[in-house]
Design a binder for this molecule. Structure first.
Ligand SMILES: [Ca+2]
Ligand SMILES: [Ca+2]
Length: 80
């Protein structure tokens, strides 16, 4: 999934690297390259879902996770 997690105007990548884990890789050089090390990581239930939106309208893409097993919604706000 793509989003601008640091608000620099270049699209970054959110990758589900494991069934229970997501990693964020930031674009660099104006979006022509992507970092090789994850800038951020978070865990999610294996059956969980993840959606992206700028929930606080600050220009940085935020993450919503949905845990179906223990009905929970988690909001992860990005900061530049
Ligand atoms: Ca970015
Ligand atoms: Ca935001």
């Amino acid at each position: 999934m793509e989003g601008d997690f640091n608000g620099d105007g270049a699209s970054d990548l959110l990758v589900r690297s494991r069934p229970e884990r997501y990693d964020i890789y930031l674009a660099k050089q104006g979006g022509r390259q992507i970092t090789t090390r994850a800038a951020g990581t978070f865990s999610i239930e294996v059956e969980g879902l993840c959606r992206l939106d700028d929930l606080d309208s600050d220009g940085c893409t935020d993450v919503l996770t949905f845990d179906r097993e223990h009905p929970t919604i988690t909001v992860l706000l990005s900061r530049p």
